[in-house]
Design a protein around this ligand. Structure first.
Ligand SMILES: NC(=O)c1ccc[n+]([C@@H]2O[C@H](COP(=O)([O-])OP(=O)(O)OC[C@H]3O[C@@H](n4cnc5c(N)ncnc54)[C@H](OP(=O)(O)O)[C@@H]3O)[C@@H](O)[C@H]2O)c1
Length: 331
């Protein structure tokens, strides 16, 4: 099952799928409760043992007093884990672009705090979003901070998130003057969020600049798994109204995913994730339970045919509605 890791920087390799951990500490959207920690550790262990060795987190993950919880849990689990691929465990964190982070040193301090919570250095540090839309002059000093983190050997690679092509090219050019290359770009990408690659045409630019695309929310927060079928069985919280408006409009896609899944002996979640891989991205589905982790890992080791990839894309692009975009996504 294990597929080769992808080289994203000299000393940094990512498995072709990672595991997202936004839910690990987030009560507001994801109903996190500390009683989940035991199972989250099993999720971590299963992923690593099966070669899914990298985890995406963020220093803003965890609501209220639980801020930083995702990083703390990852650090604890990584320290305790013993078994296959132990030495390949890789943590990518995202530093939030808070308005009080204004200097290169503020990013260095933030990354050091993340490393403290992890109990080990951050491997890949990412700008969580760009301030280009609302405070453009904040951007360069923070990028400079990432460059310094790289040159000081505190991280193995640097990445961006929620950047569009114009903004990405600018950041790339600026970082080149600091002698650092961007390794990854993380964007919202799934069968219900094709905006980044179709409308923004990020793929050709990333290929040209040798930047790997990381697909976040590849299951569109869970709706593409097909488990939320009826309007009266939606998750509580913020996802409820979002799914309520999406569900009636996406039936043709869910039906096609179901048929294609069955033809391949796979589930809809596996089809959704595999589709992202077939588009040349590295998906990071979030998993809260061992069952979900097992299922998501089953998205590796096989590929949809190009006809199936195209069929799904055609249906997805013809839908009346897609997922809303992240407000911080730039052009
Ligand atoms: N850069 C950014 O701005 C940004 C933004 C968002 C996310 N991210 C990253 O991307 C990661 C993944 O995105 P996401 O967590 O937003 O959404 P996602 O991966 O599309 O969906 C994850 C959710 O779907 C459900 N699920 C997962 N696997 C399942 C399965 N096999 N069967 C049934 N249900 C399943 C779980 O929630 P329920 O069980 O509650 O349904 C899970 O929390 C995040 O964890 C985070 O690391 C980054």
């Amino acid at each position: 099952m294990i597929e080769s890791n992808i080289k994203v920087a000299d000393n940094l390799f990512l498995s072709p799928m990672g595991c997202g951990t936004w839910a690990w500490g987030n009560r507001f959207l994801w109903n996190y409760d500390p009683t989940m920690d035991r199972e989250l550790e099993q999720v971590f262990n299963l992923n690593v043992s099966q070669g899914v060795t990298w985890f995406d987190t963020g220093d803003s993950y965890g609501t209220g007093k639980l801020k930083g919880r995702s990083e703390t849990l990852l650090g604890t689990f990584a320290r305790k884990y013993q078994g296959d691929h132990q030495n390949d465990i890789t943590i990518a964190t995202k530093l939030a672009i808070y308005p009080w982070r204004l200097t290169p040193q503020s990013m260095i301090n933030a990354c050091q705090k993340s490393a403290e919570r992890l109990g080990k250095p951050v491997d890949l540090v990412q700008m969580h979003w760009s301030p280009a839309k609302y405070l453009p002059w904040q951007e360069k000093p923070l990028l400079e901070g990432l460059a310094q983190l790289y040159h000081q050997g505190l991280v193995k690679g640097i990445g961006l998130s929620n950047y569009g092509p114009k903004n990405l090219q600018k950041a790339y050019d600026f970082l080149l003057t600091k002698e650092v290359k961007i390794s990854t770009l993380q964007i919202q990408y799934s069968l219900l969020s094709t905006y980044g690659l179709t409308k923004l045409e990020l793929k050709p630019l990333c290929d040209e600049l040798d930047i790997k695309i990381i697909a976040y929310s590849p299951l569109t927060l869970g709706i593409l798994t097909g488990k939320y079928k009826n309007l009266d069985d939606l998750p509580s919280g913020a996802r409820k109204s979002l799914f309520k408006s999406l569900l009636p409009k996406i039936k043709p896609l869910l039906q096609a995913m179901d048929v294609i899944g069955k033809n391949n002996g796979k589930t809809m979640a596996q089809v959704a994730i595999n589709w992202c891989i077939c588009q040349g991205t590295i998906p990071i589905p979030g998993a809260k339970t061992l069952f979900q982790a097992k299922e998501n890992i089953g998205a590796l080791g096989w590929r949809l045919s190009s006809a199936e990839v195209m069929e799904l894309e055609t249906i997805a692009l013809g839908l009346e509605k897609q997922m809303i975009q992240n407000i911080f996504q730039t052009t």
